[in-house]
Design a protein. Sequence first.
Length: 169
Amino acid sequence: MKRYLLEEAKCGITNGGFACGPIPGHVITSIKYNDGAGSKWLSIAEYDGLPMTFVSERDIFDDLMKDDSEDDEFTEYLEEHQIWDLDGVEFGDEYSDVYEGIYADLENPAAQLLKYAIALTRCAEGEEKDLIDMASGKYVDELDIPISDVEEDYMEDLEELDDEEEETE
């Protein structure tokens, strides 16, 4: 089975802006990983609580941090590199969809890579350095990945569904 070596990670928040009021910045995470076949970048750009996930050969972190929706060339690049599965872990465009794919195949190392990427994306401000330091130069299967707030929400929703099913039986 594949192993993912985490070579580098970055996390930041864009500047945001102002439209009909202040617009908060977007969280951007990029992780350089090596799957034995070479290095790639897994990036998550979270817009209004929804993750967009990309895999690319080059580091797109700085371009994502610019948050320039008028850069047609980069927008086209993003469209070409957006993913809906990572090495067998399928997901949609909401965190609950991603966790559904992760929990369907928890033994898949790609599931752990996604869990780490989300934990880094969703960590509290100031905690990103610790998460980056704990993972740099390590294989994702060696990490004790903290549960993110969205994973906790997903697990609570599963418990509620289980409780409802038990009540109807």
